[in-house]
Design a protein around this ligand. Sequence first.
Ligand SMILES: Nc1ncnc2c1ncn2[C@@H]1O[C@H](COP(=O)(O)OP(=O)(O)OP(=O)(O)O)[C@@H](O)[C@H]1O
Ligand SMILES: [Mg+2]
Length: 466
Amino acid sequence: MRDGMSESLRVAIIDDDAAMLRVLEKHLVKAGYEAKTFTDPLEATDAVTKGCFPIVITDICMPGLSGLDLLKSIRDNSPYTTVICITAFGSVSSAVEAMHAGAYDYISKPFNLAEFSLVVNKAAERYTLHREVEQLRDQLQQKYSMSNIIGKSPAMLRIFETINRVARSQANVLITGRSGTGKELVARAIHFNGDRAARPFVAVNCSAIPEDLLESELFGHVRGAFTGATADNIGLFCAAEGGTLFLDEIGDMPFSMQAKLLRVIEDHQVRPVGSAVRKTVDVRIICATNKRLDVAVQRGEFREDLLYRINVITVSIPELHERVEDIPLLMEYFLHKYAEQMGRSVPDVPRETMDILLRYPWPGNVRELENVIERSLLMCSGDAVKPGDLPLTIRHYEPALDLQSIENARLSMRDLESRYVAHVLKKTGGDYTEAADILGMSVDDLKVKCGNVPFDRTLSLPGLKP
Ligand SMILES: Nc1ncnc2c1ncn2[C@@H]1O[C@H](COP(=O)(O)OP(=O)(O)OP(=O)(O)O)[C@@H](O)[C@H]1O
Ligand SMILES: [Mg+2]
């Protein structure tokens, strides 16, 4: 076993020279690796493209399938496999080609075993390092995530706690939060971490179903109950039997339906439209809304008695701009998610890019962040997400200077003046004459204020805070 390794690494070697394979295999096993040899490259393809060998060593020149083709199919199917190519004596071009096609390293025939060990050990070390990084990332995610909900802000940690606590209870839960904050994700987490997890989770968007259909959608109907009811329909309550019914956008439920829902929650019985028979149902209700239901109650749009029934426990998810510390973690999470989907490596996020993302107010919350990251990953060609890869609206976002935020930032008159000058210059595209006109000062005075430096619209002005 190699130093520091608790399990032996699996290495596949592919070469049509059986005698050579035996020598290499013996050598690898002695060095603590688990080696598997293949003389037939086609047979090997199947095994090595499944990703079960962290290291693959293949001859380039073989009958049947060339090592380069094998290398390409490994690249496509198992991006984390490290490939070492064995190239023919003196063939620089095939070595170059192999490296271009994504080989990690190559070794030229003839080679001695010490040389061979060196290359393989280097690859093994790289693999182990990668795995350690992955493990650290997993730990990070386990610590700050729950059923794919990511967050480390105090607010999110409290939400994880609440989910754990309420998942085991049968209490009805109301989840509130603006669009894209993760309400449905939380609803699913409550269901899938509780003892109803093996039973259905049925989601219904109350605002998406026309008023006259909602009753039969929820409670079902019998055949002939109304025109178009050509067959019995069990309804969503019965479909969720034993599980959870997620009523999304409950604030949009028509007033008349609210009374019917209240009755079902109180009696645990539904009566399908057109039927005289009531059925007993065992369903947990989780509701979500992006409206203030207390305000809706005051306006007479939402029944107060229903509100009491559905919000035995309330989970309020804050907006993303109120928990900025979650942004880097969410970003890391989405970068991994989409990089993996696209089969590419995860790019870095330099400080400049991160600053822009942290400053933006994210009106569409986590959903918007997720979309922006997916999009930026498509735009970004290198190994870092540059500010230029971000959408213009985000890159050019400037916080509005209202009097309250000026006061909050404790801006002095001088700071304020500088910022306004910079703002106007930016808006006029660096045209001093036009800017001076707006600012009500002479062009000369303006130039003196800016230190006589020509305006570069991409940079902030000298001496001015951005
Ligand atoms: N904390 C989070 N961690 C990871 N992904 C999240 C988080 N919050 C939201 N998302 C993702 O953002 C998207 C929107 O989440 P979700 O649909 O749960 O929001 P919502 O509050 O129900 O939005 P809406 O009010 O628009 O229906 C989903 O793709 C979800 O996976
Ligand atoms: Mg939703």
